[in-house]
Design a protein around this ligand. Structure first.
Ligand SMILES: Cc1ncc(C[n+]2csc(CCOP(=O)(O)OP(=O)(O)O)c2C)c(N)n1
Ligand SMILES: [Mg+2]
Length: 562
């Protein structure tokens, strides 16, 4: 209650506030805010997960946030702070609300060569929306509130609070405080800004006049929870929908208007449809390099309209006929209510053309998707995942080839499924999947990663076993980082030397065996026909699992078409 201050420690205040904001898990490497962690035990049910590196703590918080829509919280003492900052970079790129807590310097001893100390604050600046220090214990309530407010509002993103003392010992101190919580900021989105009606009508007018329009839906649609409104508008007006990689779950892949992920880690059909469109409607996408294949899909000059919650994003990369500033869900619902259904008729040939392009894609890749080859082709894993990921499953995907394979070849088959992807960092997916499971414990979580990606945070198998976080990582194990093959061939003038392979190949390792040793269920798959049963076993295990799939190191993912 406002104005009811009482004497309490920073630790008590922090524990009460995190509980009040609905935080259920905190990912950390000790020792930071020790008193807070101790007090949490008696005042809250928050799980305090000691994980195997600050970067994976940040990735877990990120996965938790993307799966639940609630801010994920991670923490590190002063020496681990920059490891934590490194882990915020993916959350920053993906606009994921992560709150990072670190220990920091004491005014009375800074610049005196304190053990382990540097000035960490500047390093958080490029990866946070709000980067602040808490130097007086009486500031706990308003700074924690500001952290949640900044993380969740507008375009969401990471924040950093540095607490005085290398371990944030300021939490031992007392002051007159009120641990006031604003539940509105405990999840994304806290506000739904309503767009100016004139701008909505102008955009809708262009959309309805177009004969070959396409929608490109991004992570902003996902953050807004606007997938149902997106699909409803597309159906009403008969408009094909492509997505960014971050927005892949805003329309499921088997929907008749879905054309796939557009851009660089993409599906050929999406790029072809977008490049044949006479108008592109961008919704909740930054129109960044990845989604537009470096502004080649669509080409600059294509007629475009754009809807975004961030006014600065509107028109950044494509000159626009119309821009709409507002929340995706309310904007799409408003467009739906104003739409002229009769205008859909003239787009029938265009929808048929888009569907033909999609069919051509399936025909072209059918052999690879259903291949019985051993070592296994990654396309076959994607195909089996499309067939067997449960109806309410969350799929968490790493970057590089993993992003290309799954972005292009995997289909969500239900509106209840979710898809989360690394925004660029190799090794993100496995810890993020563990965080996702913590954030959505009732949903099955499957992770797709390469072996190079899996090596990064392999120690987290032990965390999964210790906390019984039953995700099902599927490791596309080709004993190398073979996305590098193409690049090295190029710099060697066509074909690299045999010796060059030492730069991107590894020892052949059985991850299933390693998983067993760490207390998880390990399943090794050497033939594609065994994969469905392995996945079913993994999903039913009710224990942490690792599915190690032996795949072909020579197979490369298709590159983007323009
Ligand atoms: C932090 C980081 N470092 C480096 C890279 C560059 N990179 C992208 S993919 C890749 C190799 C991936 O290997 P693996 O996970 O085994 O997948 P594969 O290509 O073999 O399918 C590398 C090094 C990156 N994306 N992120
Ligand atoms: Mg590999």
């Amino acid at each position: 209650m406002l104005g009811h201050n009482r004497k309490m420690s920073g630790a008590e205040c922090m524990a009460d506030m995190l509980k009040g904001y609905g935080v259920t898990h905190l990912f950390h490497v000790p020792a930071v805010l020790r008193k807070t962690f101790a007090v949490m035990e008696s005042r809250t049910d928050i799980k305090r997960l000691h994980v195997h590196g600050e970067k994976s703590a940040a990735y877990m918080a990120d996965g938790y946030a993307r799966a639940s829509g609630k801010p994920g919280v991670c923490a590190a003492q002063v020496i681990g702070a920059l490891n934590l900052a490194a882990g915020l970079r993916d959350a920053w790129l993906a606009h994921s609300p992560v709150i990072a807590l670190t220990g920091g310097r004491e005014p009375k001893s800074k610049f005196r060569k304190v053990y382990q100390e540097v000035d960490d604050v500047p390093a958080f600046e490029p990866v946070t929306k709000f980067n602040a220090t808490v130097d007086d214990v009486a500031r706990f309530p308003d700074m924690v509130r500001q952290a949640f407010r900044a993380a969740t509002s507008g375009t969401p993103g990471p924040v950093h609070l540095q607490f005085r003392g290398n371990e944030g010992q300021i939490d031992n101190e007392e002051a007159e405080m009120e641990p006031l919580v604003e539940p509105q900021f405990s999840r994304v989105p806290p506000y739904r800004p309503i767009p100016d009606d004139a701008s909505v009508k102008a955009a809708l007018d262009w959309l309805q006049k177009a004969e070959r329009p396409v929608i490109v839906a991004g992570g902003g649609v996902r953050a807004s929870g606007a997938a149902p409104e997106l699909v409803a508008l597309a159906e009403l007006l008969q408009i094909p929908v492509a997505t960014s990689l971050n927005g892949k779950d805003t329309i499921h892949g088997t929907h008749p208007l879905s054309v796939g992920v557009v851009g660089t880690y993409s599906r050929e059909s999406a790029n072809r449809v977008v490049n044949q469109a006479d108008l592109v409607c961008f919704i909740g996408t930054e129109t960044g390099g990845m989604t537009t294949h470096f502004w080649a899909v669509p080409k600059i000059g294509t007629q475009a309209i754009q809807i975004d919650i961030d006014p600065e994003a509107i028109g950044r990369n494509y000159p626009l006929l119309a821009g709409v500033n507002g929340d995706a869900k309310v904007t799409l619902a408003r467009m739906h209510s104003l739409a002229d259904k009769a205008s859909a008729e003239k787009r029938k040939p265009w929808v048929a053309q888009a569907q033909k392009i999609c069919k051509e894609w399936y025909a072209k890749y059918n052999d690879a998707l259903t291949s019985d080859a051993t070592p296994i082709r990654p396309e076959r894993i994607c195909h089996e995942l499309s067939r067997h990921v449960p109806d309410n499953g969350i799929v968490v995907v790493d970057t590089g080839h993993a992003g290309m394979w799954m972005g292009g070849m995997y289909d969500l088959t239900s509106a209840k499924q979710s898809y989360m992807r690394s925004a660029g960092h190799l090794g993100w997916a496995f810890p993020a999947a563990l965080g996702a499971k913590c954030g959505a414990p009732e949903r099955p979580v499957v992770c797709f990663t390469g072996d190079a990606g899996f090596w990064y945070h392999i120690g987290e198998i032990e965390t999964a076993a210790r906390w019984n976080i039953n995700t099902v990582p599927v490791v596309n194990n080709n004993a190398g980082g073979n996305q590098s093959k193409r690049g090295f061939d190029r710099v060697y003038g066509g074909e690299q030397t045999q010796k060059a392979r030492e730069m991107w190949t590894f020892t052949k390792v059985n991850f299933a065996r390693i998983a067993e040793d760490m207390g998880a269920v390990g399943i090794r798959v050497e033939h594609p026909s065994a994969f469905p049963a392995a996945l079913a076993q993994g999903l039913a295990a009710n224990r942490p699992v690792v599915i190690d799939v032996v795949t072909d190191i020579e197979v490369l993912a298709p590159t983007a078409v323009t």
